[in-house]
Design a protein. Sequence first.
Length: 77
Amino acid sequence: MISETCKATGGWLTLVRYPKCMRVYSNNKQLIDTNFHDTALGIRINTSGITNTQQLITQMNKLGTVEAKTIKNVFKE
């Protein structure tokens, strides 16, 4: 849900685990080599892209529910 929220608002999600860094944008992904020897998570949510918070939460909840149904042994609600 976090990555989808970032994408929906024009932000990004970054995951770092040595030796790679992956940044997910709304329309593409970027994979970068890194020397950072730890694990990190970064998010940017473009709040100016949010016009209706409740609508965004509802939309992300629906996407998460659909995705959860495709994963074996996951909580469904």
